[in-house]
Design a protein around this ligand. Structure first.
Ligand SMILES: Nc1ncnc2c1ncn2[C@@H]1O[C@H](COP(=O)(O)OP(=O)(O)OP(=O)(O)O)[C@@H](O)[C@H]1O
Ligand SMILES: [Mg+2]
Length: 311
């Protein structure tokens, strides 16, 4: 019989999953939405998923916010998870068992505990999201999953935390052993820890093997400087970025103002091509309007092109 992880990798190999990363405001949601629309319009059942606490996907698609997984366009399903949804789901999936461990040595009421965990512990929401996306992918209902993330500061925590909580929890038995001596409770706590650790490694393997990373940036000095750090951090976790999207590139400089700005951008673009020449780089022009609605998303999708869209 096939073991579970072999079966999982079978299912996952049939799902194309892309995650869009980048600092605040560079166009992650726009690029994610355009990519998802392209997949849907080529007949692939696609989920576009936002884990940004202030989601804007519905707005881009010109729709009201609605229940997770509703169909916005034929074949295109949209899920926006704000802090409340994430908190509820985290609570349902993990809350009780983590609370059991913590309540062994911290006297805290359950509701307060969940609120504390989901808002204070860095990256906990994002860690949970990796598990959430992984489970959705395993259900096999979508052929493409496009995952729009929160701005980088928060998303990077996503990478560090699959093992963070396990590490936190590993300290618990030591503290715990000073407080209580019941063998049964202690055993169950060790079980929780082991389950958490194996979940953390499943999530990491999922990110490494089944998720393609797309970095979005703009041709500005600060954005460039941050990129190096992010690439290094990703590499530390064995994660590779495949595509780099450079957004907001000035292509028509019909004023001295734009000409000067455009010349500065060209310098940054030159550096980007030099530093990241091994990646596929796509430049998206700065449009004279915001990107909202299907027509404008299609324009962006056309620029993103087959390099990003398929395989
Ligand atoms: N190439 C472009 N030309 C013109 N406007 C653009 C372009 N790309 C994005 N925009 C606009 O810039 C704004 C920010 O884009 P978007 O929401 O996609 O960024 P984001 O990286 O997801 O932001 P956040 O970090 O806040 O989630 C939006 O109003 C969008 O319409
Ligand atoms: Mg966004």
């Amino acid at each position: 019989m096939m073991d579970e992880s072999a079966m999982n990798s079978d299912v996952l190999s049939g799902v194309g999953i892309r995650v869009f990363l980048g600092k605040g405001g560079v166009g992650k949601t726009t690029c994610a939405a355009a990519t998802a629309l392209h997949f849907a319009e080529s007949g692939k059942r696609t989920l576009v998923l936002s884990t940004d606490p202030t989601p804007s996907l519905s707005h881009i698609f010109d729709r009201q916010r609605s229940e997770p997984g509703h169909e916005v366009v034929k074949h295109l399903f949209l899920t926006e998870l704000g802090l409340e949804e994430v908190r509820t789901m985290w609570d349902e999936r993990f809350g009780r068992e983590v609370y059991d461990v913590f309540s062994a040595f911290v006297d805290v009421e359950y509701g307060t505990f969940v609120e504390f965990m989901t808002s204070v512990l860095p990256g906990l929401n994002e860690e949970f999201m990796v598990d959430y996306v992984r489970r959705i992918a395993l259900e096999g209902r979508y052929r493409r999953i496009v995952w729009d993330t929160a701005p980088l500061g928060q998303t990077l925590a996503l990478l560090g935390t699959p093992s963070l909580l396990a590490r936190h929890l590993r300290m618990a038995p030591r503290v715990y052993s000073h407080l209580r001596t019941s063998g049964v409770r202690r055993e169950s706590m060790m079980d929780v820890l082991r389950r958490w650790e194996s979940l953390a490694s499943l999530c990491m393997a999922f990110l490494r093997q089944s998720v393609r990373f797309v970095m979005v940036t703009i041709p500005e000095a600060l954005a460039l400087r941050q990129l190096d750090d992010v690439f290094r951090e990703l590499a530390n976790y064995g994660l590779k970025v495949e595509h780099l999207i450079v957004n907001n590139v000035i292509t028509i400089a019909d004023s001295p103002f734009l000409a000067q700005k455009g010349a500065q951008q060209q310098e940054h673009l030159r550096q980007l091509r030099q530093r990241y020449g091994q990646l596929s780089i796509t430049e998206i022009p700065l449009f004279p309007h915001e990107i909202q609605g299907l027509e404008r998303l299609r324009q962006v999708a056309a620029v993103l092109g087959p390099g990003l869209h398929d395989r």
